[in-house]
Design a protein. Structure first.
Lengths: 50, 518
């Protein structure tokens, strides 16, 4: 894999690798789960209104 | 007769207002560059650790402290800190940072926000259509900013016009108050922002390979530039500092804005779930939407070598130079240009109104001015203070304001705030206060985190940040000799503003004491 360093601003390859997909999917899943958890409670309870 | 305190109209209203304050230009511009520059996917490890140990605790601290201070008719940090530490006569002066910081950021932020409005109009009318190179777009931007005179612009007139429109819009929203102004705007603007960002994200991810001779240059592979992990980065303290710093700036904690917003809650209103929801919304915009637009798009058009140069060029370059060039290459470029800059403008306006609110609230609460007068006074003063930013752009003024108002104050304020909350106010009392009216329980481990980890984490950030970035800026290293008078002049101005605010706090407390005595 070609890797040209500019600090950590590296090329990191020309395609998304397995590690990239794993980090992306885990990060997105965590954030989506957090939002579903929060907003299901915000809209689903008496606390939805002040 | 006592004034009736303003209140939020709904729970979703304050969540969207706080999320709107947090969601700004940095979510779309700063985060992807920071992640790409600091280890890609591996950056997300320190990023999420900072979210759990720093971001969420500080959110809860600010929401709780704000609601607590609001119970004593205080909406800003001087009064809120004084409410939490009554024996200390000086803490209220420290709280001045919570008015000073946002006001200073407001001064330059509204001007940058006005560029987004201007560029969204330019996109629709096709004013920069046909610029296919970054050099051409840079020339266009510098002409617009008044840095050079060229065939596109012969002065600052257009930029000034858009600034006045943006500034006036901000002041009008604040003038209408918490429920009818800020909450109403955020309820309209935030869903639109999501739609705009979603459309652009889908467009970018379906770009395919614009250069048919380079099929690997496509936006999906561009995600690799952002997400492929480089684990060697985790051994570097700078990467951890960058992740913690990004978390800090993105959530709008340590500014004083959330303190003010949550002071308009009632004692029985929830702060735990609301704070978490606002933080979650911000992360959604930053990581999912922000991370899927600018870097993948730049990768698809400029390839792996080009995107390195683009990312090194910084956030403003990405927004006002690279992105128009990219969007100019796709069908319906005028519409997508409008959506991109319109989205940045909406993200900016929900942040800037929140930056105006602490100073206005201070005048209302501590000097008993009505909201309209307080807003007018704030508007007149900040309008004058914006002038050096506009006319001395490129002379180092914005960098100085950003350093002192947008960085130094944030880190110091948050560190002291966390210590006062957990140690002076007391973690047991603070824990009870947080759970008063709460819609969910906080995991007990957070009692330990808020008392020990968060303050320690903040002190470490403060120390390393001061060594790494603070000292070089304070010593004006790298500042050209010709710009030093402007930098020093800005510093003197900032000292003067801070001093005036301290004097106002002193007068307000004297008045309050006299009123109590009589």
């Amino acid at each position: 894999m070609e890797k040209e360093k500019n600090g950590y601003l590296s090329l990191k390859g020309d395609v998304v690798n397995i590690g990239g997909w794993i980090f992306m999917i885990l990060s997105w899943s965590f954030i989506i789960a957090l939002n579903v958890f929060c907003f299901s409670r915000v809209f689903g309870s008496r606390h939805g209104k002040m | 007769m006592a004034k009736q305190r303003q209140r939020w109209g709904s729970k979703i209203g304050i969540i969207l207002a706080v999320a709107g304050s947090a969601v700004g230009l940095g979510n779309f511009l700063r985060f992807p560059v920071q992640a790409a520059q600091n280890g890609g996917g591996a950056f997300m490890i320190p990023y999420f650790i900072s979210f759990l140990l720093l971001g969420i605790p500080l959110m809860w601290i600010e929401w709780t402290a704000g609601r607590f201070g609001g119970g004593f008719e205080h909406s800003t940090a001087p009064g809120i800190f004084h409410s939490m530490w009554r024996k200390n006569r000086f803490i209220k002066y420290f709280g001045v940072i919570g008015i000073f910081g946002p006001m200073i950021i407001f001064i330059y932020y509204t001007y940058i926000e006005s560029w987004c409005l201007a560029y969204s109009v330019f996109s629709i009318i096709g004013k920069y259509k046909g610029f296919t190179t970054q050099a051409g777009m840079t020339d266009f931007l510098q002409g617009f900013q008044g840095l050079v005179q060229n065939q596109h612009f012969n002065g600052l007139g257009i930029a000034y016009l858009f600034f006045v429109i943006t500034f006036t819009l901000n002041i009008i929203v604040v003038y209408y108050g918490i429920k009818s102004g800020i909450e109403r705007l955020c309820k309209i603007v935030m869903p639109i922002l999501f739609v705009f960002a979603g459309i652009i994200m889908i467009r970018v991810l379906t770009l395919g390979a614009p250069n048919i001779s380079m099929p690997s240059w496509n936006s999906i592979n561009g995600l690799g530039f952002l997400w492929n992990p480089d684990f060697s980065a985790l051994k570097d303290a700078k990467v951890w500092l960058a992740a913690a710093g990004q978390m800090f700036f993105t959530l709008s904690v340590g500014i004083g804005v959330i303190l003010t917003y949550s002071s308009y809650l009632r004692k029985a209103d929830d702060v735990v779930l609301s704070g978490l929801s606002a933080a979650g919304t911000n992360e959604f915009v930053e990581v999912i939407l922000g991370g899927s637009i600018i870097i993948p798009a730049a990768f698809a058009f400029f390839g792996p070598h080009g995107v390195v140069e683009v990312a090194k060029g910084g956030a403003f370059n990405l927004s006002f130079v690279t992105m128009p060039v990219i969007l100019g290459h796709i069908p319906m470029s005028a519409v997508f240009g409008f959506l991109w800059f319109g989205m940045l403008f909406l993200a900016g306006v929900t942040s800037s109104i929140s930056l105006a609110q602490p100073a206005v609230a201070f005048l209302e609460d501590e000097f008993n001015l009505n909201r309209k007068w307080a807003t007018c006074i704030f508007g007149m003063i900040t309008f004058l203070l914006c002038q050096p930013v506009i006319f001395l752009l490129g002379k180092g003024v914005v960098n100085e304001l950003d350093f002192w108002g947008g960085t130094f104050c944030l880190v110091v304020f948050a560190a002291v705030e966390a210590i006062v909350f957990a140690w002076i106010f007391g973690i047991d009392k603070a824990w009870d206060e947080m759970h008063h009216g709460s819609a969910m329980r906080i995991p007990r481990v957070y009692k330990f985190i808020i008392k020990y980890i968060t303050p320690l984490f903040l002190l470490l950030i403060l120390f390393f940040w001061f060594i790494q970035d603070g000292i070089p800026v304070i010593m004006m290293r790298g500042v050209e000799d010709g710009l030093k008078p402007y930098v020093l002049g800005t510093r003197l101005g900032l000292v003067a503003i801070f001093t005036v605010l301290c004097v106002l706090v002193k007068i307000a407390w004297k008045k309050r004491k006299m009123a109590t005595y009589h």
